[in-house]
Write a protein that binds this ligand. Structure first.
Ligand code: NAD
Length: 264
C-alpha cells in the first residue's frame, strides 16, 4: 500500500515536538500540505526547517497559536480556514496525586487536552462534510481506558476525547468523513523523555534503566515491555488519515503495546 495524500491539507496541533512532530513528518512524506502548530513562532519555524530537511519536497507551513484558548483556536481557524485532515494532538500530562490537584489544574487539563479538539472540530468539520471527505483524529491514550491513579485528571481528559471522537463520528453517517481516536501507550517523546530523565536522576539510574523500570512497575501488562517510539505512533495516525482507511470510523485504535488486556 502506498499512502498518497497529495492535494490534502493536514493540521497537526502541538507538532513542534514529540508525537505531533513525528505525525507531521509522516504526513509530509505522503505528499500532504502539512501545517505545524505550537505556541511560539520560533519553535514553529524550527519544526518547519526540520521537516523540510528530513522529507525532500515536503510542503510545510506553520501557524503559531495556543490551542488551549478560544482566541488561539479562532486565530488558527482564521489563518487556515479549511483543512482536510485535523490531528488533535496537543496535550499536557503531569503525575500528581488526586488530593494535591487543585481546581485550576482540572480546568487547565480540560482546556488544553479536550477543548482544543472540540473547538477545532467545530471550526473544520462542517467544511469536511460539505466537501464529502475528511479525517479527524484525536490523540487520546491508553490512560483513557486504564485511568492512572497518579494522574486521574489526565485520564479524565483522555476518556473525554474518546467520547467526543465517537460522538462526532455519528455525525458523518453516509459521508466519506471519518473521526477516530488513536491511543498511544508510553512513548518516548520529548515531554516524556524529560519525565524519565527526572526519574533517573531521582533514583540514581541511567535513562534506559529508568525507562525499563517504569514499564515494569507502572505498565506491567505491556506486551512490548518498552516505550514506543514517536514514529511507531505516527505510523498508525498516518494510516488512519489515509484514503485507504475509508471503513475505519468511530474507532478507538490502540497503539499501546498491549497494555490494555481486554479484547475489545
Ligand atoms: P510533548 O510534550 O512531547 O509534545 C507536546 C507538544 O504540544 C509540544 O510541542 C507542545 O509545545 C505542544 N503544546 C502543548 N500545549 C499546547 C498548546 N496549548 N497549544 C499548542 N501547542 C501546545 O508531548 P507528547 O508526549 O508528544 O504528547 C502528544 C500527545 O500524545 C498528547 O495529547 C498526549 O496526551 C498523547 N500521549 C502521549 C503519550 C506518551 O507517552 N508520550 C502516551 C499517550 C498519549
Amino acid at each position: 500500500m502506498k499512502i498518497d495524500l497529495t492535494g490534502k491539507t493536514a493540521l497537526v496541533t502541538g507538532s513542534t515536538s514529540g508525537i505531533g512532530h513525528a505525525i507531521a513528518k509522516g504526513l509530509a512524506a505522503t505528499g500532504a500540505q502539512v501545517v505545524v502548530n505550537g505556541r511560539s513562532q520560533g519553535k514553529v519555524d524550527a519544526a518547519i526547517t526540520a521537516i523540510t530537511k528530513a522529507v525532500p519536497g515536503a510542503k510545510v507551513k506553520g501557524v503559531a497559536a495556543d490551542v488551549s484558548t478560544a482566541e488561539g483556536c479562532n486565530a488558527l481557524a482564521s489563518a487556515l480556514p479549511e483543512v482536510d485532515i485535523l490531528i488533535n494532538n496537543a496535550g499536557i500530562f503531569e503525575p500528581k496525586g488526586f488530593f494535591d490537584i487543585p481546581d485550576e489544574d482540572w480546568t487547565r487539563f480540560f482546556e488544553v487536552n479536550v477543548m482544543s479538539g472540540i473547538r477545532l472540530s467545530r471550526a473544520y468539520m462542517q467544511g469536511m462534510l460539505k466537501r464529502n471527505w475528511g479525517r479527524i483524529v484525536f490523540i487520546s491514550s491508553e490512560s483513557g481506558l486504564n485511568i492512572p491513579g497518579e494522574m486521574i485528571h489526565y485520564g479524565m481528559t483522555k476518556t473525554a476525547q474518546l467520547a467526543i471522537s465517537r460522538g462526532l463520528a455519528e455525525l458523518t453517517k453516509g459521508t466519506a468523513v471519518t473521526v477516530n481516536s488513536v491511543l498511544p501507550g508510553p512513548t518516548m517523546s520529548e515531554g516524556v523523555e524529560t519525565f524519565v530523565k527526572d526519574l533517573a536522576k531521582q533514583n540514581g539510574q541511567s535513562v534506559e534503566e529508568a525507562a525499563s523500570n517504569f514499564v515494569k512497575q507502572h505498565r506491567s501488562t505491556s506486551l512490548i515491555q518498552r516505550f514506543a517510539t514517536v514514529e511507531e505512533i505516527a505510523n498508525m495516525v498516518v494510516y488512519v488519515s489515509s484514503k485507504e482507511a475509508s471503513v475505519t470510523n468511530g474507532a478507538a485504535l490502540r497503539a499501546e503495546g498491549g497494555i490494555v488486556q481486554t479484547i475489545a
